[in-house]
Write a protein that binds this ligand. Structure first.
Ligand code: NAI
Length: 347
């Protein structure tokens, strides 16, 4: 059976890392029709609009998209396309797993946590205004509906993955109404999951605890801004942004994308680490129920990284994006030959 997936290569290093993810997914033998559409800088150049309607239509139709990072021009009048996409398609849950690779000398080992970030509100609603030349204000929106929905998502994820604890991050000691409401919703939802430990941590303390002892956390649920910041922090603990995938999940559609941005400093130099894009492809395959293929890719990355010479520059190696990708593809071909069809359950 062929699957239809919307493909948005993105800006900067986007086309390089997304092409790597496509090569790797195709190496598993899955039959995917990639419907390529452009958003971001390319779409501005061609359509005068960073998010043309056909991009949204394509994702609505296919229900799944693999996307590269998009540059948000600073101070140009264009709002973030990423934020607009998430809002337009109501992709309310941003799932960011951070896992250490045993072969890499990262700051921490044995990290295996998932950040569940509320994706539709908080300061990201973009309601800011100048009061006068010297004063600006922004609105932080927190609603009961969105807070309950994301907390339920976090607990049910914990249940499905057999994780023992959900940690809610907030700053309700200062933001008594907004973060206070988020916290109240978390406490309420936690009562429906008596077998899962519920923990509340203030965001500044969370930053320190994550740096010192990230192994103590399993699922972290947070309002939009804290989730964004903490997931980059956690990416740093396991080896950097080149290793951090993500999924934006809604009821009717899902977009899978690397956490990192368009990295203009290394674009078109065959230098980008494609692992975060490839692992976003792995999350996509699991979403599609393709567990065997997802596991092949994960194992291939683990195996290739074991050789210090088989890494990209951000991980201390010398390989280019394309050469590293080819090594993953070669490894998958070995699994395919040896184990083709051997197991079809989640591993
Ligand atoms: P960035 O994530 O693009 O880069 C930060 C640093 O990490 C840079 O030094 C870069 O070279 C490095 N880096 C990032 N990805 C890498 C990879 N795969 N391999 C090796 N090194 C990598 O963040 P920055 O510079 O703040 O943002 C650049 C642009 O990306 C901005 O326009 C921003 O708005 C956009 N952006 C888009 C996102 C998205 O589309 N989801 C997410 C974050 C930023």
């Amino acid at each position: 059976m062929a699957y239809n997936v919307t493909l948005i290569p993105g800006d900067g290093i986007g086309p390089e890392v997304i092409s790597a993810a496509v090569d790797v997914v195709e190496a598993t033998g899955l039959d995917i029709n990639w419907e390529r559409v452009d958003a971001g800088v390319k779409a501005i150049e061609e359509e005068g609009n960073p998010l043309p309607a056909y991009v949204i239509e394509s994702i609505r139709r296919n229900k799944i998209a693999l996307k590269g990072p998009l540059t948000t021009p600073i101070g140009s009048g264009f709002r973030s396309v990423n934020v607009a996409l998430r809002k337009e398609l109501d992709l309310y849950a941003n799932i960011r797993p951070l896992k250490s690779f045993s072969s890499l000398k990262s700051l921490h080992q044995d990290v295996d946590l998932i950040i569940v970030r509320e994706n539709t509100e908080d300061l990201y609603i973009g309601k800011e205004q100048m009061i006068n030349d010297n004063k600006a204000e922004g609105i932080k929106l927190i609603t009961r509906g969105a807070s309950e929905r994301i907390c339920k998502y976090a607990f049910s994820l914990a249940q499905n993955l057999n994780r023992k604890k959900v940690t809610l991050v907030h700053k309700a000691n200062i933001l008594k109404l907004t973060d206070g409401l988020f916290l109240e919703c978390g406490r309420q939802v936690a009562k429906d999951y008596p077998d899962i430990e519920f923990e509340e941590v203030i965001v500044d303390a969370m930053a320190m605890k994550l740096v010192m002892n990230p192994q103590a956390y399993h699922i972290i649920v947070a309002p939009n801004l804290y989730g964004d910041i903490l997931s980059d922090l956690a990416a740093g603990l396991v080896g950097g942004l080149g290793l951090a995938p993500s999924a934006n999940i809604g009821h009717d559609a899902a977009i899978f994308e690397p956490v990192h941005g368009s990295a203009p400093d290394i674009a078109n130099k065959n230098m980008a680490n494609p692992i975060s894009a490839i692992l976003s492809g792995v999350m996509m395959l699991r979403h599609m129920g393709k567990f065997k293929e997802a596991s092949w890719i994960e194992r291939a990355i683990e195996t290739v990284l074991e050789d210090e010479d088989s890494r990209t520059r951000d991980l201390g190696g010398q390989l280019g994006t394309r050469e590293f990708t080819q090594k993953i593809v070669d490894q998958i071909n070995i699994y395919k030959k040896v184990e083709g069809g051997a197991y079809d359950k989640e591993v």
